[in-house]
Design a protein around this ligand. Sequence first.
Ligand code: SAH
Ligand code: SF4
Ligand code: F3S
Length: 440
Amino acid sequence: MAEGKKLFIKTYGCQMNVYDSERMAEALGAEGYVVTDRAEDADMVLLNTCHIREKASEKVYSDIGRLRPLKQAKPDLKVAVAGCVAQAEGEEILRRAPMVDLVVGPQAYHRLPEMARRVAAGGRALDTDFPAEDKFDHLPKLRSRAAPAAFLTVQEGCDKFCAFCVVPYTRGAEVSRPAARILSEARALVDCGVRELTLLGQNVNAYHGEGEGGTWGLGRLVRALAQIEGLERIRYTTSHPNDMADDLIEAHAEVPQLMPYLHLPVQSGSDRILKAMNRRHTAEQYLRLVERIRAARPDMLLSGDFIVGFPGETEADFDATMQILREVNYGMAYSFKYSARPGTPAAGRTPVDDAVADDRLQRLQAQITAQQRAAQDAMVGREVGVLYEKPGRLDGQLAGKSDHLHAVHVHDPAGRVGELVRVRITAAGPNSLAGERLGG
Ligand code: SAH
Ligand code: SF4
Ligand code: F3S
């Protein structure tokens, strides 16, 4: 046991890493580690890494380098690397960074306590297996702290193999957790104060977990979760357009707890590029899907991801991307310059000129910013639900998220964190909305 030792975790990448970091903190908690938010105090520094773009994964090596003075001052400090870079480059990390004591891939987190013990005894440890057992079954059951909004991983891995993406290699094949386990984790979270759950999966809407009476899709899971008393809001992310089942779309019309915000990446508006990306749908099919979703839930706020500068992208292809951005009228979007990733099919293709890609990214981002501002401005005067998640910056203020996932702050000295209240939006700023609490 490492009684009273301190653990500092830095999390990169997606929400699943955020969830995993919490679970790893719990697993190491059982070994006596207590989380600290100061790296200088730590006995173990754990970097939970992301491999999605080159910049993200190179940053890990520079962050490891930055730990050198700490390690020199405290030779007993253990440095651990987890996440998708660990999975993709485990051996290389141990070679390139002698300071690293432990490397653990995303599917082996339940083995972390045992690895930590080995490392404490002076060894180095590497585990990037994809074990047959489910890591979630072997992780401690519950977190102690419960913020009002929590993540819950229901599905992991990806079988889609988009030509640019490392996720199928770093996270492995699609695996869905059984419905009963998810429901009991959700109940336990609600019992310690959680009011909103975001169901996570690399392809969350491809969920096909074992459940009562056979295999459940995500729509069925959402309906079952909505029966849990005290769970007021449900979200899920990230979805693939080809897995948007009718039952899930209908759930958006029928389940009031399911929030009107959907992250549904399209990546490009050009059929030629979509095909080269192996996205397996056309722009037109995507637009028709969006129509059906909006028919079920007219106030749905759609968010998306876009890649510019994918190999072979011409100015006409880029125009088609700008076109679909406007046509769908996304209220929120994330845009990335294509980054060639080792081992992916697109990595060997002729790249678009870097300056051209930069210019396209800027134009895309300007349009996205304008649309985000318009979506926020359109909220002024409207009545929305807000779940208070933390104190605001000013005295007497509380901050939370609206149904549409906008950040909102409200002057409400009598309010408390964890309350779901009705708010009228009074003003829109660049990053958040202001509102007043309504009575009743
Ligand atoms: N599973 C999710 C997204 C995973 S990665 C999905 O399928 O939508 C998040 C986003 O990063 C992707 O949607 C894509 O827009 C972007 N991305 C992934 N690989 C990339 C690469 N090689 N270069 C640039 N952006 C990339
Ligand atoms: Fe990557 Fe495509 Fe899978 Fe999303 S669907 S994780 S972009 S391969
Ligand atoms: Fe990054 Fe892995 Fe998530 S590559 S985006 S941390 S699944």
